[in-house]
Design a protein around this ligand. Structure first.
Ligand code: GCV
Length: 721
């Protein structure tokens, strides 16, 4: 080999090494979420050539929009768009009323079309030049429009001949972090809290900008930073400075900061004798505290409150109602344009009635008594974010009070971060449910988005699954739940499948066969969890406290309604909670036709059977099998579906980078093992009660019941206080 050849070989080997090192360096660890902006195989003719902001004033929000376009175009198209100051052919033109649009009259969309946050994407001519216009009333509308445009580009969709108008159907689209000041996240399965309180405000983690980008890309416009089981310390000046530093980063992305208000804060922070909301000194304290917060954060969104629930202090400690408590805080934030989100997740410490009845009993009589800037925040179901619940009976029952829906993105009851459970389908089921409170078609979505009762405020909250894990959410597929929450908050009528598809295209691959396969896995994943954990309307059978794994046998906690036994009531004679008029009559809290359907064994769907009825083990199901046979078959179906997901995923080897492929493979293996554990432990317990043999062909659990009972997980993540 001559010297020249030798050098060429060495150079080639070096390049190979460098490129493999580079590949490792840019390994797909999930950090980029759905904003990966994967390069297009072929740049379409309609691709823009330059970007220009047709504005007399460039706000930080428009700066963010421009820099997102430059970042994305560099990646998707291979070169960043040129940033021009004049409109040229094939330019992307950003503009808004707020930025002092420098465009011909009539180019901007009007407020009726797009409202304060909507936008248009339009392929049009400006000064005779073909351009794509991203225009809005506000700069945040432009940013949302930019993210929509980039979503289309990065999904490989057509970007020629665009004629899109989009505006959110709800006003307040919030994440609720259940993050403590010591960075423990209650029900968090993705590391610690991203809010690094100790180092703030001196060190502001650059990650907060990526958090803001991700949220803005799906339309989220608010975040409540702290746990609803709240710590008054966050309201002290030392912490408010830190809150202000976070708010400064989020502001350009249209995200307002909210805080949880501990009702007893006046006592704890300043030694007041009471926190009675009708006490003038207490009212003055909250007014001054609120003014102080607004000094730090001028666009502070308001308070989120959990009161008189699970040991939290509240107005009832002083004989006052939830409305009186909420209204005191509402008065304090009103002059600043803030709101109060008052949670309806309440149940009495004395257990006077079926727990799922209590929020309705408590809140319906207060309809009309809340101040104008109060929203009552209601979980999707009447119990507690279970794999399946009927919709909450409060939806449709409070025409005078804006009701927000609260969804749980973090999977406290659906397998933490290792089980693949796409929650888009769970939320779609709830949002599409017909409450019939104002005739047919009064869906939960139409209540929440204000269409039915013309609420002054509308909103959706999602309990965050975000933490310090490099992939943010604990698993790649859990990112889809964050994504789906934002997209549904923007449009509660959107289809879970469409959302899954667009997420897959941006996250994994644009290849149709890959998109189909992964979407299929996602669409059946939640029902699989229902099948292997709590089929046929069973509920809350999880391990005590941490909620990890099965524990249907637990019947002796401090209070009955924390035990699985309370919910399944299994005896030798039968199983299920009678919520008809012969039992707790919780079904009566639903509008007539819904109540009738669910109260009757003839018409109740199998999926809610044991939620509303106590039936014998040999009860004949719709398909002719006995309840016992059906229950066992559901467990088997759940495990089979997970096995299917495993082989579907395995078939994608080579289509997905190895880092994400391997992690998902490992997690699916865990899910399969745990699905089997759920089935075996549950069957071992049910058999100890009903003494029935297993249906033919069903394998007995490999261990006896005592073994399953003996398993203990004191260090399971995400536990509460
Ligand atoms: C923040 C459930 C959870 C608690 C949570 C509570 C709530 O009970 O297990 O951790 O507390 O809901 O929503 O307030």
């Amino acid at each position: 080999m001559g010297l020249k050849n030798f050098i060429t070989h060495i150079a080639a080997a070096f390049c190979l090494l460098a490129s493999s090192l580079f590949q490792q360096a840019v390994a797909e660890d999930g950090y980029e979420l759905w904003l990966r902006y994967e390069k297009l195989e072929q740049v379409p003719k309609s691709a823009p050539r330059s970007v220009v902001a047709a504005c007399s004033d460039l706000s930080p929000t428009l700066d963010a929009a421009l820099s997102e376009i430059l970042r994305a175009s560099a990646s998707i198209l291979g070169t960043p768009l040129k940033q021009g100051d004049r409109i040229s052919r094939h330019a992307l033109v950003l503009t808004s009323e707020a930025c002092g649009a420098t465009l011909p009259n009539g180019t901007l969309p009007n407020a009726d079309e797009v409202g304060t946050e909507g936008y248009v994407l339009q392929s049009t001519l400006i000064n005779g030049k073909p351009v794509t216009l991203i225009a809005a009333q506000s700069d945040i509308g432009v940013l949302y429009g930019v993210f929509d445009y980039l979503r289309r580009m990065s999904s490989g969709e057509a970007i020629a001949d665009l004629d899109v108008i989009s505006r959110p159907k709800t006003q307040l689209r919030l994440l609720n972090h259940w993050d403590n000041l010591d960075r423990h996240v209650e029900r968090g399965y993705s590391g610690q809290s991203i809010w690094d309180w100790h180092r703030l405000p001196g060190y502001v983690d650059p990650r907060y900008t990526d958090y803001a980008r991700a949220n803005a890309s799906i339309g989220i416009n608010g975040t409540s930073l702290t746990n609803v089981n709240s710590d008054a310390t966050v309201l002290t000046p030392h912490y408010l400075e830190k809150v202000a530093a976070i708010a400064d980063v989020l502001r350009p992305y249209g995200i307002k900061v909210y805080l949880t208000a501990r009702f007893s804060a006046p006592i704890e922070l300043d030694g007041l004798a009471t926190a009675d909301p009708l006490d003038p000194a207490v009212q003055t304290w909250w007014q001054a505290k609120t003014d102080e917060i607004y000094d730090y954060v001028p666009d502070f969104g308001g308070f989120l409150v959990k009161a008189n629930s699970e040991g939290q202090p509240g107005p009832q400690d002083y004989g006052r109602s939830h409305a009186e408590g909420a209204n005191m805080l509402a008065k304090a934030v009103a002059p600043h344009g803030g709101v109060v989100m008052w949670r309806a997740f309440v149940y009495s410490a004395e257990e006077p009635e079926d727990r799922v009845r209590q929020a309705y009993t408590e809140f319906v009589p207060l309809d009309g008594q809340f101040a104008e800037n109060v929203l009552v925040q209601v979980k999707n179901g009447p119990l507690d974010f279970q794999p399946r619940e009927p919709f909450h009976p409060l939806f449709g029952a409070m025409p005078e009070t804006p009701l927000m829906i609260e969804l749980q993105i973090t999977k406290e009851y659906l397998g933490f971060s290792t089980h693949l459970a796409y929650l888009g389908t769970l939320w779609e089921e709830v949002l599409a449910a017909d409450t019939k409170t104002k005739g047919d078609g009064t869906t939960v979505a139409s209540v929440v988005d204000g269409e039915t009762y013309d609420y002054a405020y509308t909103g959706m909250a999602g309990v965050s699954n975000i933490g310090t894990d490099r992939n943010w959410a604990g698993s790649i597929f859990d990112q889809a739940n964050w994504y789906a929450f934002g997209r549904l908050a923007w449009n509660p009528d959107a289809s879970a499948e469409d959302i899954a598809r667009e997420w897959v295209k941006q996250t994994f691959s644009r290849k149709p066969e890959v998109v189909d396969e992964i979407t299929d896995m996602m669409m059946k994943s939640r029902e699989a969890v229902v099948d292997y954990m709590t089929p046929l309307g069973l509920t809350h059978l999880m391990g005590t406290g941490h909620h990890y794994g099965p524990a249907p046998w637990v019947d002796d906690l401090g209070r009955a309604d924390w035990t699985p036994y309370y919910y399944h009531k299994a005896t030798r004679g039968g199983i299920g909670f009678d919520r008809t008029e012969t039992g707790s009559d919780a079904v009566d809290q639903y509008a007539g036709p819904v109540a009738q359907e669910w109260a009757s064994l003839e018409t109740v769907p199998d999926s809610l059977l044991l939620w509303f009825h106590h039936v014998p083990w040999d009860y004949e199901m719709q398909d002719g099998s006995t309840l016992w046979q059906s229950l066992v078959a559901h467990y088997a179906r759940g495990i089979t579906t997970v096995a299917e997901m495993q082989s579907e995923w395995a078939s994608l080897k080579g289509e997905i980078d190895s880092e994400r492929f391997n992690q998902v493979t490992d997690y699916l293996n865990i899910q399969h093992e745990e699905a089997q554990w759920w089935r075996d432990a549950s069957i071992a317990y049910w058999q100890s009660i009903n003494q029935l043999p297993l249906p033919a062909g069903e394998a007995p659990p490999p261990h006896d019941l005592d073994y399953y009972k003996s398993l203990s997980f004191p260090n399971a993540p995400g536990q509460g206080e």
